[in-house]
Design a protein around this ligand. Structure first.
Ligand SMILES: OCN(O)CCCc1ccccc1
Ligand code: NI
Length: 183
């Protein structure tokens, strides 16, 4: 398990570099490590054993690698179902997003930010995301609700943005009329 870099390390505030294809052995290993972390962290026994915070996403800068790559694993409600979204998104670009905003009712956290920072993190309620997978295959997906929020959180990491940058300083729980709140 690679160590998670904490807020304060400059790598979390850098613009990550594009990844070239075909992936080098090093980048293939990085992609595997980023996804393995999520799988292990979402397994209750292993999560306990390795003392990991369960994660639904992990961006390369969070393991000290400033490259445009992040793993996303959003499990289904029923763990016997397949995940809602599972992939390593490489060179991701949000090509369009809804005007409507959305936020998680419980706010957000981050594996790189040890303290709780209360407040709504307003994001696009729906996005169209283009990315390449580890084989270099281009994907264009439309996401809403939790997967859309998680992908935006991860893509933020690739541009040196952390979730609390979006929280309204004067009124952390400010709600716009048309915002959707995701449970
Ligand atoms: O960057 C991933 N990471 O810090 C783990 C937490 C992911 C995450 C948590 C809340 C809302 C969106 C995404
Ligand atoms: Ni994070």
């Amino acid at each position: 398990m690679k160590d998670i870099v904490r807020d304060g390390d400059p790598v979390l505030r850098q613009q990550a570099q594009n990844v070239s294809f075909p992936l080098s052995e090093e980048d293939k290993q990085l992609a595997a490590d980023l996804m393995e972390y999520l799988e292990v962290s979402q397994n209750p026994e292993l999560c306990e054993k390795y003392q990991l915070r369960a994660g639904v996403g992990l961006a390369a800068p969070q393991v000290g690698v400033s490259k445009m790559m992040a793993s996303v694993l959003v499990p289904a409600e029923d763990e016997n179902e397949k995940p809602i979204f599972k992939d390593v998104i490489i060179n991701p670009v949000i090509v369009s997003n809804s005007v409507q905003r959305g936020a998680l009712t419980e706010g957000e956290g981050c594996l790189s930010v040890d303290k709780e920072i209360p407040g709504y993190v307003p994001r696009a309620a729906r996005i169209t995301l283009k990315y390449q997978d580890v084989d270099g295959v281009e994907h264009k997906v439309r996401l809403k609700n939790y997967p859309a929020i998680v992908c935006q959180h991860e893509i933020d990491h690739l541009h040196g943005t952390l979730f609390y940058d979006h929280i309204n300083k004067d009124d952390p729980f400010h709600r716009e009329d048309d915002e959707v709140f995701i449970y």
